[in-house]
Design a protein around this ligand. Structure first.
Ligand SMILES: Nc1ncnc2c1ncn2[C@@H]1O[C@H](COP(=O)(O)OP(=O)(O)OP(=O)(O)O)[C@@H](O)[C@H]1O
Length: 247
């Protein structure tokens, strides 16, 4: 589903992605881990053209950007349309209800018929356990509920790939589980997902593939039991030790 080859991205003098290769199988869950600043968010944003890399190739399904030549606006739009992104903070429109937040994209960005969009959005809110909250405004919802609206909103765009950028790290500990449970259900349904997270237990239970990044490189990747249970690289070991036992 995803092929990234020799991807480079800089911000000014800061060379953030330094030749990333990444493959994601259709229907699999890939978890990206790594220290703060290692480039995880930047990689995710390059996958759906929120950032445009300088060199390399990005292919998602049948849409490919080859950075050897400057991509056109239409190519960038096509790449963006392949994926739904769930951010660390849910970024809902504050003056729209949960249902309106979910219908906004399909109605105005995709110009799909209103009745169909509404039916689908209602079903998506039910899917994330919020059937009774369709008329609620974001401030009337808990952080976890808002994040679940964020997931429904991403799904409403009918993406082929779901990208999650630390979806639980801004949440109160007691609402983390409800968001992870929705993500686990999506994985079981066969969605292709790339997830940046420090939730190591989730990664062990749900991921098919774990990628450890450091300093703009993929240092180590493989099955969760290997990378998380028996890492080969000292840098991976030290990182895991730090996040599992911060003191
Ligand atoms: N738009 C930007 N302009 C300038 N520098 C940026 C920009 N976005 C990211 N960076 C820098 O790029 C580096 C990598 O950032 P990135 O957010 O990809 O790391 P990360 O691994 O996701 O870290 P974290 O876990 O803290 O979110 C950081 O040094 C960051 O400050």
């Amino acid at each position: 589903m995803v092929e990234v080859r020799d991807l480079h991205k800089s911000f000014g003098d800061l060379h953030v992605l330094r030749g990333i290769d990444l493959s994601v199988d259709r229907g699999s869950v890939t978890v990206l881990i790594g220290p703060s600043g290692s480039g995880k968010t930047t990689l995710l944003r390059c996958l759906n053209s929120l950032e445009v890399p300088e060199a390399g190739t990005v292919r998602v399904d049948d849409v490919e950007l080859d950075l050897a030549r400057r991509p056109t606006a239409s190519e960038l739009r096509r790449l963006r349309a392949t994926s739904g992104m769930v951010f660390q903070s849910h970024q809902l429109f504050p003056h729209r209800t949960a249902l309106q937040n979910v219908t906004e994209g399909p109605l105005y960005a995709q110009r799909r018929p209103a009745a169909e969009v509404r039916t689908e959005a209602t079903a998506l809110l039910a899917k994330v356990g919020l059937a009774d909250k369709a008329a609620a405004y974001p401030h009337e919802l808990s952080g976890g509920q808002q994040q679940r609206v964020g997931i429904a909103r991403a799904l409403a765009l009918r993406p082929r790939l779901l990208l999650f950028d630390e979806p639980t790290s801004a949440l109160d500990p007691e609402t983390v589980g409800e968001v992870l449970a929705v993500m686990r259900d999506l994985a079981a349904e066969g969605w292709t997902m790339v997830v940046v997270t420090h939730e190591i237990r989730f990664a062990r239970q749900v991921a098919d593939h774990v990628v450890f990044m450091d300093d703009g490189h993929v240092v180590e990747e493989g099955r969760p039991d290997d990378v998380l249970g028996a890492p080969r690289h000292e840098r991976t070991r030290r990182f895991l030790q730090r996040i599992l036992d911060p003191l």
